[in-house]
Design a protein around this ligand. Structure first.
Ligand code: HEM
Length: 396
């Protein structure tokens, strides 16, 4: 019944999700927090921002406030004001300008492995690509990449006990301390970049945010730092796993890979199906803004409600034959980028990077196969789903 117990396998926990949806769709985990798992309820969780708040600081003591304060954990009206500043970075026009550079980076990464006939999708392609792109957008030195990787790993890495174990409070405190320490390091790093940009503005997002005004006011330093950290972390680890998970899906469904090599125009819908079938982000979190009843369960103000988007994406009440991996699926309204006011701002960029990376991989290489399948190890995280490494062999 408990989905966490099977998350250390790379198998998607379909059985557990099915049981949750049927038997306890609004589930109270050890009286600590609530979990919802049907499409209808997860959709409600992310759409009704009056019932479900994203702003933890309204409900928890300051000592437990989230270390990463960004638009992700803000409610309107501030959320709306700040989000609109960032959305300009992801317009179709901005993305069209990025396309040649993303193509160039992908080409270089694939050139480097072409002769070997083998590569690790994660280390050689899907980790470096989004991190180079976001570093360039933020205008930070790409040589600091190992540091970015270390910080991302520290932020997303989770311990299963964090959610369910008996020592949950102890584990949570350890996780909080680790995240806070990492956030202090990230903030210190960006403080000096922001100071440089104040002196010498460039063409990057940080300079644009420094020049931005909301009702005539500059953003606070904390708001600027929140944006930088969110973009650095959210912008890479998720896209890394989208590309890695695509290979997992294609390897399981070789007919889909053949079809894509013959009809590359199916790639955008194949990417949506990967997002649905093996979502890189599996959990969304909110706080109950007031006491209310959901499916006969009383949820109290301030309680955490977790929504299993990974389960919602496989709910047969919403998707026809959800267990089928169908690269032509339409409609495909998965919740992998969330929904509503917090819908992922970087979704167009993630889709573009995945399309270019997978498109070029399938065009240049044939007979792509994952090797050592038994050794695939899951990413150590409570909310990110994917494999640490996806080693493949190929022919050219
Ligand atoms: C928000 C997933 C890539 C920036 C979100 C949310 C999800 C998500 C589920 C909503 C969280 C919630 O409602 O609580 C993903 C996935 C990605 C991806 C699966 C890749 C496959 C990116 C990229 C960027 C980005 C590339 C930027 C470079 C953001 C931002 C938000 C966000 C800024 C906050 C939006 C808001 O609160 O209004 N993402 N993301 N994401 N994402 Fe992404």
């Amino acid at each position: 019944m408990n989905p966490h117990s099977v998350r250390d396998q790379l198998l998607y926990p379909h059985e557990c999700f099915r049981a949750l949806r049927h038997e306890q769709p609004v589930y109270n985990e050890q009286a600590k927090f609530w979990e919802v798992s049907t499409y209808e309820d997860v959709h409600l969780l992310v759409t009704d921002h009056e019932l479900f708040s994203s702003d933890e600081s309204k409900f928890t003591p300051a000592s437990e406030a989230p270390a990463l304060k960004s638009i992700l954990n803000m409610d309107p009206p501030r959320h709306r004001q700040l989000r609109s500043l960032l959305s300009q970075a992801f317009t179709p026009r901005a993305l069209a300008q990025l396309t040649p550079r993303i193509t160039e980076i992908t080409q270089e990464l694939l050139d480097a492995v072409e002769k070997k006939g083998a590569m690790d999708i994660i280390d050689d392609l899907s980790y470096p690509l989004p991190i180079i792109v976001i570093a360039e957008l933020l205008g930070v030195p790409i040589e600091d990449r190992p540091q970015f990787k270390h910080w991302s790993d520290e932020i997303v890495s989770g311990e299963y006990d964090e959610l369910t174990g008996e020592n949950r409070e102890l584990v949570l405190e350890r996780v909080r301390q680790r995240v806070r320490k990492t956030m202090d390091e990230i903030n210190e790093y960006f403080r000096s970049i922001i100071a440089q940009r104040r002196q010498q503005p460039g063409e990057d997002i940080i300079s644009a945010l420094l020049a931005a005004r909301v009702d005539g006011q500059e953003l606070t330093e904390d708001e600027l730092l929140g944006f930088c950290a969110l973009l650095l972390i959210a912008g890479n680890i998720t896209t890394t796993n989208l590309i890695g998970n695509a290979l997992l899906c294609f390897d399981e469904h070789p007919e889909a890979m053949v079809q894509l090599q013959q009809r590359p125009q199916l790639l955008p819908s194949a990417i949506e199906e990967v997002l649905r079938y093996r979502s890189p982000v599996t959990i969304l979190a909110r706080f109950a803004a007031s006491d209310f009843i959901l499916k006969e369960q009383l949820i109290r103000r301030g309680q955490v409600v977790l929504g299993w988007s990974g389960s919602a994406n496989h709910d047969p009440d919403h998707f026809v034959h959800p267990e089928c991996f169908d690269i032509t699926r339409s409609p495909n309204q998965h919740l992998s980028f969330g929904h509503g006011i917090h819908f992922c701002l970087g979704a167009p960029l993630a889709r573009l990077e995945a399309k270019i990376a997978l498109g070029m991989l399938l065009e240049r290489f044939t007979r792509i196969r994952i090797t050592h399948e038994r050794d695939l190890e899951p990413v150590n995280s409570t909310f990110i789903y994917g494999a640490k490494h996806v080693p493949i062999t190929f022919a050219v």
